[in-house]
Design a protein around this ligand. Structure first.
Ligand SMILES: NC(=O)c1ccc[n+]([C@@H]2O[C@H](COP(=O)([O-])OP(=O)(O)OC[C@H]3O[C@@H](n4cnc5c(N)ncnc54)[C@H](OP(=O)(O)O)[C@@H]3O)[C@@H](O)[C@H]2O)c1
Length: 221
């Protein structure tokens, strides 16, 4: 994909980090966004001094500003990958309002704001690639707030995809399966139930995130 320009939001995470690495390896010009300033700087350096910018999900204006910033930094933008999120567990009546707000902000409102900012600046043949999870189709007990947030994002993306039909910029919604890598153990509230082993993260990112970008590139506008 040489010549392609991409922003990875959540480049400090496992999925976003892998996606950024694979895109750079494929010859893509990549800009990185993440919350952890030190890790982001390290990843940028490791990938050949890529442009990077920090943000926090609670700053929705800052989220919406990421793609315009990347378009300026890279001289255009073809793809925005959104791979931010945080898990949360517990029976509905046990989850605090603060934790519920956190889950909704990081998993739904912030990704929506990133996409909202990206749509006007992406090339017409470009794409937003947004990671949710299989949970949107198969909710589990003890994940009401996490599932609600991911499902809100999924429904929002579905409408945006319809709105963009015939107007350029495709919307790729990745319902990522459970991966090895400890995402559930980094939950903002509660702890995960016993889970079967997950898929290999690198193979899954290659298939579910990089695959659709490369396919869109082959297909053209
Ligand atoms: N891993 C899985 O098994 C799995 C399965 C299905 C779906 N998913 C989804 O895939 C996405 C990424 O998962 P992952 O495995 O890569 O998780 P991860 O390694 O924990 O990465 C999470 C990312 O979200 C960012 N983030 C968290 N809270 C934030 C906040 N308040 N403001 C800004 N950024 C914030 C983190 O930034 P910092 O590190 O900079 O704080 C990091 O870049 C999530 O949406 C998750 O729901 C994951």
């Amino acid at each position: 994909m040489p010549g392609h320009k991409a922003l990875v939001v959540g480049a400090t995470g496992m999925i976003g980090g892998l996606a950024a690495h694979m895109l750079v390896r494929a010859g893509v010009s990549v800009a990185l966004a993440g919350r952890d300033a030190q890790l982001l700087a390290e990843r940028s350096k490791l990938l050949g001094d890529r442009p990077y910018r920090t943000f926090d999900a609670y700053d929705l204006d800052g989220c919406a500003a990421l793609a315009p910033w990347a378009a300026t930094a890279l001289g255009g933008l073809d793809t925005t990958v959104v791979a931010i999120g945080v898990a949360g567990f517990g029976l509905a009546e046990e989850v605090t309002d603060t934790a519920a707000e956190h889950l909704m902000t990081v998993n739904a409102l912030a990704p929506m704001a990133v996409v909202r900012g990206a749509l006007p600046v992406l090339e017409p043949a470009g794409a937003v690639v947004v990671v949710t999870g299989r949970i949107v189709d198969r909710p589990m007990r003890g994940t009401a707030d996490y599932t609600a947030a991911k499902t809100a994002l999924a429904a929002w993306l579905d409408v945006v995809r319809r709105e963009r039909r015939g107007r350029g910029v495709s919307v790729v919604h990745v319902r990522m399966p459970h991966l090895d890598g400890g995402f559930a153990d980094r939950a903002v509230t509660g702890g995960p139930p016993p889970m079967p082993p997950g898929l290999d993260p690198a193979r899954a990112v290659e298939e579910y995130v990089i695959g659709p970008i490369a396919e869109g590139r082959r297909r053209g506008p």
